[in-house]
Design a binder for this molecule. Sequence first.
Ligand code: AMP
Length: 403
Amino acid sequence: MKVFIVNCGSSSIKYQLVDMETENVLAKGLVERIGLPGAVLTHTPVGRDKVVTEAEIPDHSTGISMVLNALTDAEHGVISSLRDIDAVGHRVAHGGERFTDSVLITADVVKGIEACVEMAPLHNPAALLGIKACKSLIEHAPQVAVFDTAFHQTMPKQAYLYGLPYELYEKYGVRRYGFHGTSHKYVAQRAAEMMGKHMTDLRIVTCHLGNGASVTAIKNGKSIDTSMGFTPLAGLVMGTRSGEIDPAIIPFLMVKENMTIQEVDDYLNKKSGVLGISGLSSDFRDLEEAASKGDERSQLAIDIFAYRVKKFIGSYVAAMGGVDAIVFTAGLGENSAFMREKICNGLEFLGTRIDEAKNNVRGKETEISADGSKVKLFMIPTNEEIVIARDTKAICAPLVPAK
Ligand code: AMP
């Protein structure tokens, strides 16, 4: 079975075509700047050179159509006909309370995703455009939605409700949903496998540290708490997002800086985080370099970020009554030995001991704790695509005619 994985952003489409017999990626790529000048498709048939095509790409449907042409192209393609695509798996940001697992997309499921648009106004509409485009261009292929929120639907009420009037939850679904669920689930499963245990017997803290960042407490295989909330603005200090702040700062800002609510929203989402603190960059590579040359605010941004992650780890260990493993993943978690060490320093009271030499690793899943460390530490590159592909295969296998 060949599964086409689609991840639509507001102006981008990431994709992969995976052969599920081997789980090998046949081709992958990215459409960028949809609806903007300078739109471009970068298509990579795995093992061959990438092909960059600049074109006018006014909408997602045109983008998907270009991707499908690239996949079947005589020169750069990896399949001879669209009929070779057996199923499509879509990453969908928000599934609200309705979607607790991946599902086959039907007209009713589309309505359910539409109902969550209000809570993910940038992301869910893009996913819906991708679903619509695939439905019309590869009609024969069943489609599956894999939700970023689904894994966290196991959180108990005490973790997901805010200290707000209960009617807000009943009327509008105002509660913690959490995001990056597919990533947290994947790395926790891998950590359990690397320990030779079942996830259901473990307490794991997973740290997804990328431009967007979140920490999750996974007890006996279930997410019981996570740092992102009603939206992905909550929790950790991130690249450009503030994370947790005193909500009273919002009206204060509106008065003092004469900002509209939209301007405050922009400020907290796009101009805050380590970018706002450092005044330099949202990218930790820039911050680490500037800090090493003595830039104090870059150092401060790094310190605040690591401190916040450490506090979340500590609180989740308390919530689970202990911890067996801590996992680092995503751009920063996978690539920065410095940040992993900084976060782990001071956590020895939990029974963790990082091994400096083992921690000096990139690109390959590795146990980074010292021999004899009671709590295991791992760096595990995330692979949300493979989770989407596996869920899609599992759901669609009975629907796909044998070839
Ligand atoms: P992601 O959102 O998972 O793609 O992560 C992107 C972020 O990872 C970038 O903005 C950087 O802050 C961080 N990152 C990637 N590579 C490195 C690196 N070698 N050292 C430090 N940070 C990195």
